[in-house]
Design a protein around this ligand. Structure first.
Ligand SMILES: [Zn+2]
Ligand SMILES: [Zn+2]
Length: 233
């Protein structure tokens, strides 16, 4: 595995996830019969989707650009052997998700408690009170770039304390995180994830968009229980 090939596969994975998000979003906004399965009754006007597209597209561009450069320079930390040890991979995926979500909880909560940041930055994401999938990308570019810090800390921590930062673990983390973001912004009621303890189900983040308060974590709900910011229906 070379750095170039690693970056190419990673960017392809990211683009495929967002293509899936584009398809789900188009179906959601154009087919009213599907919207009845959403948690909130609010109907989405398809024109909103097209108004959101320029910023969504810009953030995808930033995502590809930063990921390409960042991962190229982080590549020496990775184990190039492509060994797949299930225990190692599962543990590393969990560590990256855990560190990422812990950082995100406090970043997100700060963006609500600091009224200046809320008004100037985070309010853009909250234009969506009943979001569709691709609106996870409808955020201020500053907020979007800050969001990279959590996974960066997770990857660096594993890379520096072990000599086996696993490429499969990173790709699986990336897929889980991106598909989960699409899912929790889709607005549809969750079927499976609500039965997994402390896993951030769709309703958890949808309530946050509806009420503009509480439920600051996304991947896990643990932090909201622990710090008493869990909102009820
Ligand atoms: Zn928020
Ligand atoms: Zn959101």
């Amino acid at each position: 595995m070379t750095a170039g090939k690693f970056v190419f596969i990673t960017i392809t994975l990211l683009l495929c996830c967002n293509l899936l998000g584009l398809i789900i979003s188009l179906v959601t906004v154009h087919f009213k019969s599907i919207q009845k399965y959403r948690r909130q009754d609010k109907k989405i006007n398809p024109s909103i989707f097209y108004q959101r597209l320029p910023l969504i597209g810009f953030n995808i561009f930033i995502l590809c650009l930063f990921s390409s450069f960042g991962l190229y320079f982080l590549f020496p930390l990775f184990d190039k052997s492509l060994d797949f040890n299930l225990l190692v991979v599962a543990l590393q995926v969990f560590i990256i998700l855990f560190v990422d979500d812990f950082f995100f909880y406090f970043l997100h909560r700060w963006m609500h408690e600091n009224k200046y940041i809320l008004k100037k930055v985070h309010r853009i994401h909250h234009k969506a009170t009943a979001p569709f999938a691709l609106e996870y990308l409808y955020v201020h570019p500053f907020e979007w770039m800050l969001g990279y810090t959590g996974p960066f800390i997770g990857i660096i921590s594993i890379g520096l304390f072990t000599d086996s930062l696993n490429i499969w673990a990173f790709w699986i983390y990336l897929l889980l995180r991106n598909i989960h973001e699409l899912e929790v912004h889709s607005g549809f009621n969750s079927k499976i994830s609500k039965w997994i303890p402390f896993w951030g189900e769709n309703e958890h983040h949808d309530i946050h968009h509806e009420k503009l308060d509480g439920n600051y974590a996304t991947t896990f709900t643990l932090w909201d229980y622990l710090f008493k910011t869990k909102m009820k229906e």
